[in-house]
Design a protein around this ligand. Structure first.
Ligand SMILES: [Zn+2]
Length: 63
């Protein structure tokens, strides 16, 4: 994937406190979404290591 993961930061989301990192396009540096680095709540642990991308910003190529 042509992405760059930015610095980690704690963010309060609807589902609780998470450590996330913004994900940027490596060409134009546009923010595409974020990555869950750490979830503090047990019920949200499954998100760790997962990416959230805005669908409108994904160009399908060779799928
Ligand atoms: Zn780009």
């Amino acid at each position: 994937m042509n992405i760059v993961v930015g610095p980690k930061e704690d963010r309060h989301l609807m589902t609780g406190l998470h450590t996330v990192a913004d994900v940027h396009c490596c060409d134009c540096r546009e923010v595409l979404g974020w990555k869950y680095e750490r979830a503090y709540e047990e019920a949200q642990k499954y998100k760790e290591g997962k990416f959230v991308l805005e669908k409108s910003k994904i160009v399908k190529e060779n799928w």
